[in-house]
Ligand binder design. Sequence first.
Ligand SMILES: Nc1ncnc2c1ncn2[C@@H]1O[C@H](COP(=O)(O)OP(=O)(O)OP(=O)(O)O)[C@@H](O)[C@H]1O
Length: 291
Amino acid sequence: MSTMLEVSGLSHRYGAGAKAHTAVNDLSFTVEAGQLASIVGPSGCGKSTLLRCVAGLTPPTEGTVSLHGDRVSGVPDDLAVVFQDYSRSLFPWLSVQKNVEFPLRWRPISRAERRKRAAEALEHVGLSAVGGKYPWQLSGGMQQRVSIARALASRPSLLLMDEPFASVDAQTRFELEDLTRRVQREEGSTILVVTHDIDESVYLSDRVLVLSKSPASIVADLPVGLPAERDQITTRESAEFVTLRGEVARLLHGGTPTSAQSSAAATAASDAAEWELAERAKNVTGSKTAS
Ligand SMILES: Nc1ncnc2c1ncn2[C@@H]1O[C@H](COP(=O)(O)OP(=O)(O)OP(=O)(O)O)[C@@H](O)[C@H]1O
């Protein structure tokens, strides 16, 4: 496994002097290539600030962010972000297909290639049939799928998602969570998701980073040893899921990490996650070779 994202000693302060407010305090973590990690933390703890620093939108006050070894000092070309508010991130005057193509205009690729990539990304999210429609003709869940397709079309090394399913209904949320996991498996994508939702953090991820109250620091880094194939009903009912969600909830409510997390159980879960990633990498390589 290679490291895709490395966050090292990252702090961010807004303002200066007596009015300075530290939003993020000395955060360090890595995300391996092909991994889906989620960040969960109390409201206002600094999650969006962290994501903005990772995306190169906000320079950290201290510390560094590196993407596949390159220091981030602006928005990297091979990074894409999906925001919560799909209605504001899509252009209403452009068709769905043109919305997905839009960020590719700055890439050194032909128009035909842009069209092809956008069509492929729309197919990936199950929206091939609506490329000619406008965003406002689609449901909220479909619009968020368009945002995901737009992010995928640029074939990012790292996909950041900031509360991506917070504005859709519960059923659509489940569908989009499953879509995200499918994309990760099929594309071998590296994904970092910020969420308020404890269950979502466990269901989606290979790993959950639990943040403290403001200023954000890492309270725990929990491997999720659930099977790769997840199901919205049976996975959420499983003993492993219930235990993990309970642990995340406990940590969010100020609990300290238990010895169990550093014990053989955590090691086994981490081994399982590594194995799963290796299998996924093999599948991706296999499917790319076959195509
Ligand atoms: N531009 C800014 N100027 C000053 N303070 C800010 C700015 N942006 C955020 N903050 C403060 O930094 C802290 C962290 O904010 P941030 O939005 O990163 O938290 P969050 O965890 O994403 O919040 P939420 O869960 O509510 O989305 C908050 O106290 C917020 O008021």
